[in-house]
Design a protein around this ligand. Structure first.
Ligand SMILES: Nc1ncnc2c1ncn2[C@@H]1O[C@H](COP(=O)(O)OP(=O)(O)O)[C@@H](O)[C@H]1O
Ligand SMILES: [Mg+2]
Length: 221
């Protein structure tokens, strides 16, 4: 079984937990074939605010945001033992053969072959799903700082309820912790399983890799 894991930028706010998660993932690489795709985090937020000031073209801000993912990827590689930075999908299998953990810096790939629209609706959530599609990997794990997708933002509404399973159709009209384009993208990707899980609890990520039930949301396409 192969997995694409997107490590969300929200985890940048939790240094110790992110270090712990990266340590766990580095060790698990000997057992599971995982590709790490970085989120954008603070690096992408900076691009967002500069875009607001300058009114950049959609392509320019899209590409700057992708470079933000590269930056976070370099950080992740720095704190993940047993990891290797890669720039192309051809290198994924080669790194897996050495039981190391590949971390993709996506700019080289996406600057040459990006079929996604240049829009702030497309963030690293959709980009990681796109990369999973290119690799024909059916399991995508979005690792964030929340337990999964809730009925409303759980940080603002204590009555929000965790959804264990949702369909892309149901997500289309909801504002959640996944980007606005992902539900549309997943609608066309039958057979794909997208998990949203809390990276502050690395054991939950491990349970998904092991095929066990855990606290998370599954988006079944
Ligand atoms: N319906 C929702 N369910 C879960 N989280 C939500 C929802 N609406 C908003 N959020 C917020 O989304 C945040 C996670 O999304 P985001 O910061 O984009 O993650 P990342 O960039 O790390 O992938 C959470 O911290 C949470 O406060
Ligand atoms: Mg996000």
């Amino acid at each position: 079984m192969k997995f694409v894991l997107k490590i969300g930028g929200s985890l940048l706010n939790y240094r110790e937990s992110l270090n712990k998660l990266c340590n766990v993932l580095g060790k698990l690489a000997a057992k599971y074939k995982m590709l790490i795709v970085p989120g954008g985090g603070d690096f992408a937020d900076l691009v967002r605010s500069i875009d607001k000031i300058f009114g950049l073209s959609p392509l320019a801000s899209h590409r700057m945001a992708i470079l933000a993912m590269d930056q976070y990827g370099i950080l992740l590689a720095d704190i993940t033992p047993n990891s290797t930075i890669i720039h192309t999908l051809n290198d994924v299998e080669k790194v897996w053969e050495t039981e190391k953990l590949p971390i993709l810096l996506p700019s080289r790939l996406l600057f040459t072959s990006d079929e996604l629209p240049s829009s702030w609706d497309v963030t690293s959530d959709t980009i990681s799903a796109y990369i999973a599609k290119l690799l024909r990997i059916e399991k995508l794990i979005l690792v964030k700082d929340v337990d999964g997708i809730f009925t409303r933002d759980p940080k603002k509404y204590s009555e929000a309820i965790l959804l264990e399973e949702v369909t892309p159709e149901e997500l289309i009209d909801m504002r959640t912790c996944v980007d606005a384009f992902l539900p549309k993208f997943l609608l066309l990707r039958k057979g794909m399983f997208c998990y949203v899980v809390n990276g502050l609890y690395p054991e939950r990520v491990k349970q998904i890799l092991e095929g066990k039930k855990t606290i998370a949301t599954i988006i079944k396409a």
